[in-house]
Design a protein around this ligand. Structure first.
Ligand SMILES: NC(=O)c1ccc[n+]([C@@H]2O[C@H](COP(=O)([O-])OP(=O)(O)OC[C@H]3O[C@@H](n4cnc5c(N)ncnc54)[C@H](OP(=O)(O)O)[C@@H]3O)[C@@H](O)[C@H]2O)c1
Length: 200
């Protein structure tokens, strides 16, 4: 398959790239790195990217920013930033990409466990993650031509916790999280919120 991977330079994306390489032709894309530049937070950038990318069978997004912060400190702009980037950025990959992707192609997005297990400071990101899970369940009902859509919901990644100076013991290695993305690309499921604890 010809697979577009957005966020291939990231902590999770770099391991997804490793996992897909050799099994598929992988085209990488990111805001500042990769074979193509795309800024998911701008619909016109996504549209231009899909026009340039040529034919493809799958889109994997391991990208999307959202803001952490205490409820009484997060501003309206922090919420808007999170919605525009992680939520609508990935929704727009599907909304726009459905017109470019091959028959029986697939989209794999990224949400996160904070949707189900929030922590103090996660209100914006929990909202966005839950939105992505809901979007994927509903969008799968309407996609045509055999096109599938799933979302991977990672728990904390070990490498991220280490980079934050936190105890990495409860985290999952990014390479293990990456298996869920491969399962989505190569499987037949659609409308699934992939729980990395069950897939890996
Ligand atoms: N790491 C964790 O513990 C964890 C846990 C649960 C969920 N998640 C979610 O998993 C996803 C990836 O996390 P990560 O830790 O791997 O992130 P990361 O290391 O910060 O990497 C993010 C990647 O996404 C790209 N990117 C970000 N915003 C973009 C945009 N607007 N348009 C195009 N590309 C964009 C970046 O590209 P450039 O470098 O070119 O800007 C980068 O390659 C995020 O949605 C995150 O919320 C992560």
């Amino acid at each position: 398959m010809r697979v577009i991977l957005i966020g291939a330079a990231g902590t999770i994306g770099s391991k997804v790239l490793q996992a897909l390489t050799g099994r598929h032709e992988v085209i990488t894309a990111g805001r500042t790195s990769g074979d193509f530049r795309v800024n998911m937070s701008r619909p016109e950038s996504i549209e231009a990217f899909f026009h340039q990318a040529g034919k493809f069978d799958a889109v994997v997004s391991a990208a999307g920013d959202a803001r952490f912060g205490e409820l009484d400190k997060l501003t309206y702009d922090d919420y808007l930033f999170s919605l525009t980037n992680k939520l609508m950025g990935q929704v727009n990959l599907v909304r726009i990409g459905q017109h470019f992707i091959s028959d029986n192609g697939s989209f794999t997005l990224t949400s996160g466990y904070l949707a189900q297990e929030p922590i103090p400071g996660s209100s914006a990101i929990s909202m966005v993650n839950a939105g992505l899970d809901g979007f994927v369940r509903a969008a799968a009902l309407e996609l045509t031509r055999g096109i599938r859509v799933n979302v991977v919901s990672p728990i904390w990644v070990k490498e991220t916790l280490e980079a934050m100076g936190r105890d990495s013991a409860p985290g999952m290695a990014a390479a293990q999280v990456a298996r869920a993305y491969v399962a989505s690309v190569e499987g037949t499921m659609s409308g699934a919120v992939l729980d990395v604890l069950k897939i890996s």
